[in-house]
Design a protein around this ligand. Structure first.
Ligand SMILES: *[C@@H]1O[C@H](CO)[C@@H](O)[C@H](O)[C@H]1NC(C)=O
Ligand SMILES: *[C@@H]1O[C@H](CO)[C@@H](O)[C@H](O)[C@H]1NC(C)=O
Length: 398
């Protein structure tokens, strides 16, 4: 999730040109961090010029990495399009709308849901948040990524039957900054179905970032929660010996916090190869239930595909024990936006309405033990949603 900071600050910035961000709004400590030498364990040139897009209505602007960090700290959301200009996204042609069928796989989905638990999510998130930061340009961000690849391998080893394991591949999508995106594919039983109806895709972002990137960022909610939520969905599917009809992919993106860098690189590579993607669902922040609020699943309605979003509500009604609530998140809010931009259908589910979401993100307080509001049972509802989405869309080859 890109920054949640006050929209008031954004408003004050709207009229300003790149490079003219008011430093008064950025604390003295922050300035010190960004003007002194880059600490050991990080590889970033703060003076490097990047091309950044803040909305579809304004042309992109060049600014340094330092100015980008400052803009983000001030609550602005953006794509860093330096490596992935629009021309590289080559939008895939899509039919204008799609009618999603009525749910018809309840008998297959429910037994898998019954097998999902919080146990793995707790141990996985404890480990994932123990890295000092998962910043995409840090040594510990590389190490956390390598741990996640290893953990996916262990789960596959433990839960997949021999025949199922033969259908599974884990690939690192290499990025120049060090931390790679992870692509996990379960090959579908029918190549024709995948070619005609597309790969079913679910994603989360593995990187974390403190507002000052050199400070600790446990990133428990943003987006450690989404990362382990889809991992539990994967484990549950394997334990049920699930074989999809169409290909299914789980993606853990790098560098969401740097301006959706990892997902743009992946989406543009898929678009350039004209890969048929059925739909892409992003989970970014799945843990927080604000004290005194009703527990619900936020369904983002801006910068998403309307038909797919309506289908998500149907899935929540059928497979989750809490209701959905519509919310908005803004431009370039999370990795689903990269897929929309590349011409694919995407949707985004989040822990609550945007207003009620966790305000500890991008700080040392984004910890799983910060408050009882951080709720693994809430995350479990999103694992259920993930399983329902995958089985209903990719089918089950029996
Ligand atoms: C694609 O999906 C449609 C609608 O569910 C289905 O009728 C068709 O058989 C699928 N195509 C293939 C090749 O499986
Ligand atoms: C769920 O777990 C139980 C016990 O671990 C197992 O016997 C059962 O087959 C599982 N069900 C599914 C659908 O995987």
């Amino acid at each position: 999730m890109l920054s949640l900071l006050s929209s008031l600050l954004c408003v004050t910035l709207l009229g300003l040109r790149a490079g003219a961000f008011p430093i008064d709004d950025f604390s003295v400590t922050s300035q010190k961090f960004l003007s002194s030498a880059v600490p050991d364990g990080f590889s970033i040139n703060l003076d490097e010029e990047r091309l950044v897009q803040f909305s579809d209505d304004e042309p992109p602007v060049w600014m340094t990495e330092r100015e980008k960090i400052r803009a983000k700290a001030l609550g602005r959301k953006f794509f860093d399009i330096t490596d992935t200009p629009l021309s590289k996204l080559a939008p895939a042609p899509l039919a204008a709308s799609r009618a999603y069928p009525k749910l018809n796989k309840q008998d297959l989905v429910h037994p898998v849901l019954a097998n999902l638990t919080v146990d793995g999510m707790i141990t996985n998130l404890q480990k994932f948040t123990s890295f000092r930061t998962r910043y995409y340009r840090s040594d510990t961000g590389k190490a956390s990524q390598q741990w996640l690849v290893q953990r996916i391998g262990e789960i596959t080893e433990e839960y997949a039957s021999t025949s199922l394991a033969a259908l599974i591949t884990v690939t690192e999508f290499t990025h120049p900054w060090g931390q790679n995106s992870i692509i996990l594919r379960i090959k579908g039983a029918s190549e024709e179905a995948t070619a005609e109806n597309g790969t079913v895709l679910i994603g989360a972002h593995q990187d974390s970032a403190n507002m000052i990137p050199f400070l600790p960022a446990p990133g428990a909610d943003d987006d450690g929660s989404g990362s382990v939520t889809i991992l539990e969905a994967y484990r549950g599917l394997l334990a049920s010996n699930y074989t999809p009809v169409q290909d299914v992919e789980f993606h853990w993106y790098s560098a969401e916090e740097g301006g959706l860098l990892g997902s743009q690189a992946v989406a543009s590579a898929y678009a350039q190869r004209s890969v048929n993607i059925h739909s892409m669902v992003q989970l970014d922040m799945t843990a927080w239930v604000k004290k005194g609020t009703r527990e619900e699943i936020g369904i983002v309605i801006d910068y998403v595909d309307a038909d797919l979003t309506a289908f998500m509500r149907t899935l929540i009604d059928a497979y989750c024990s809490i209701p959905s609530v519509d919310t908005k998140c803004g431009y370039a809010c999370s990795d689903h936006a990269s897929w929309s931009k590349a011409g694919y259908r995407s949707a985004f589910a989040i822990e609550s309405t945007f207003d009620n979401s966790d305000k500890n993100i991008h700080s040392t307080n984004d910890r799983l033990d910060i408050s009882p509001e951080f709720d693994f049972n809430h995350m479990l509802e999103f694992s259920k949603l993930s399983v329902g989405y995958i089985i209903e869309t990719a089918g089950w080859a029996k």
